[in-house]
Design a protein around this ligand. Structure first.
Ligand code: AMP
Ligand code: ZN
Length: 471
């Protein structure tokens, strides 16, 4: 079966067929930088990391864009409360966000556009909407008229009858039963202080929703493959994005919409407004391992609610530890010279094939992570048994390790930076000996071998060093 995702737009699982063969364009709604991101936000970013990594595993070249909302109602209000200029205020949270991504081994997106760097693109889109008859002005602000777009409400599955024919809303965020005309451009008011742009639309600032429509198109075009976010983004944010983009650019916009469920604490959504949140530094302060946090977020299917507990992270730490220990033990056997006297190589090959197949079939099915992890954990005792009985050859151990390398390109919890270096150490020594003997051909051959194993050599004044190639 081919790769398929649950598309929130059609409410069905659909085969993933990218618009351009071998390429996947992915837009992921990023943080509003008015506070430190919490573990609930990272549930969404972790799901997107799994999606990104699995698309790559499946052979796609991914272009991911994650926006940074650094101007909206919330950022303005908070920066004023702290008495700081908007840019200075948001910078602190942007930096913290990138640190947290690294801590959790979330792969970097190709682009992180900030809203304040893309005002001209937003103005241009509002002008298009004006020209196409989708807007009206009131008091210097410009609104999108939802009546001008008959498809409005399809993503959120709104009942057309219940949508109010008139009335508008100024807030960036509101509930589903408040489907009304929304602000594209907000005229400056005293309350905005020094946050405004003088543009052809007048003195003001963009609404939140227009930011993502303009920035997704700037980096991915007017029609791209995947758009994601948490379920709370589905309405009004993504519904409004669709209205703006489809009406403004006259194209299809997004092919697959994926939304992840909430992370809960005591049965309630973790959120800044409820004050029931943990940040990553707070969790690290409690002595929790970042990779255990990663595993805890990753191991529950993205469309299921995840109840976050410290005990859950501790249990995740044990799973991570088991995988890491298993990998290290394999490295030792692979580095020795154990031949296949027991004749188990064929059996191991079969086990690996089964594991790889189940892993792929599970993740192909809308990123169904539990059976994918199950496949890896089923392999562990089988291989451990062969190893305990000294019936695992070095070649088999290397094969198991290769499979784990591939699996970990998706999971990102097994291999640590300086892992498995005994074999590389040995090769580095041999390369040094070849260089001392001026046997350059042999030295080059060993360097290539090291590179094949996934490491890069750097010849520095302190002597040669090696490190694992970044993905
Ligand atoms: P925000 O910074 O509030 O704009 O949220 C950034 C991302 O985190 C969005 O994709 C939200 O849907 C997501 N998000 C916020 N809270 C949670 C939560 N408790 N569980 C899962 N995702 C969340
Ligand atoms: Zn967005």
């Amino acid at each position: 079966m081919a790769l398929r995702f649950y598309n929130s737009m059609t409410r069905k699982k659909e085969e993933f067929i990218s618009l351009q063969e071998g390429k996947a364009g992915l837009y992921t709604c990023g943080p509003t930088v008015y506070g430190y991101a919490h573990i609930g936000n990272f549930r969404a970013y972790m799901f997107e990391d799994l999606l990104r990594r699995y698309l790559k595993y499946s052979g796609y070249e991914v272009t991911q864009v994650m926006n940074l909302t650094d101007v909206d109602d919330k950022t303005i209000r908070r920066s004023q409360e702290e008495g700081l200029p908007l840019q200075e205020f948001t910078l602190r949270f942007k930096d913290a966000f990138f640190n947290d991504l690294k801590t959790l081994k979330i792969e970097a997106a190709e682009h992180y556009p900030a809203a304040t760097d893309h005002i001209p693109e937003m103005v241009e889109l509002v002008q298009r909407l004006q020209a196409n008859g989708n807007t009206y002005d009131t008091g210097g602000s410009i609104y999108f008229s939802i009546a001008s777009f008959p498809e409005y409400g399809r993503l959120a599955n709104l009942d057309p009858e219940s949508m109010r024919a008139c009335g508008r809303i100024d807030n960036d965020e509101y509930e589903k039963d408040d489907a009304r005309d929304f602000a594209l451009w907000k005229a400056w008011t005293d309350g905005d202080g020094d946050v405004f742009w003088e543009t052809v639309l007048g003195k003001g600032r963009p609404g939140w929703h227009i930011e993502c429509s303009a920035m997704s198109t700037r980096y991915l075009g007017t029609n791209f493959d995947l758009h994601t976010g948490g379920v709370d983004n589905r309405f009004p944010h993504h519904e409004n994005e669709i209205a703006q983009s489809v009406c403004g650019y006259k194209d299809k916009f997004v092919k697959y919409w994926l939304h992840c469920e909430f992370l809960l604490v005591d049965g309630r959504k973790m959120s800044k407004s409820l004050g029931n949140f943990h940040t990553i530094p707070q969790l690290l302060e409690m002595g929790l391992d970042p990779l255990a946090i990663r595993y805890a977020l990753l191991s529950v299917h993205y469309r299921m609610k995840l109840n976050f507990t410290i005990d859950g992270v501790k249990a995740a730490a044990q799973s991570v530890q088991r995988l890491q220990n298993f990998y290290k033990a394999l490295c030792r056997v692979a580095g020795q010279d154990v031949t296949d006297e027991a004749g188990t190589d064929g059996l191991v090959m079969q086990l690996l094939q089964n594991t790889a197949d189940t892993f792929r079939e599970a993740l192909d099915d809308d990123l169904n992570i539990a059976p994918a992890l199950g496949a890896v954990f089923t392999l562990l005792p089988e291989i451990n048994r062969l190893q305990d009985e000294n019936r695992l050859s070095s070649r088999s151990a290397a094969r198991v390790r290769n499979l784990l390398d591939r699996v970990d390109s998706v999971l990102g919890v097994i291999i640590q930076e300086e892992e498995c270096n005994s074999e590389i150490e040995q090769l580095m020594e041999e390369r040094q000996a070849a260089r001392t003997a001026k046997d350059w051909a042999e030295a080059d051959r060993i360097r290539d071998r090291i590179q094949d194993l996934g490491y890069v050599i750097e010849d520095s004044p302190e002597g040669p060093r090696y490190y694992r190639k970044k993905c």
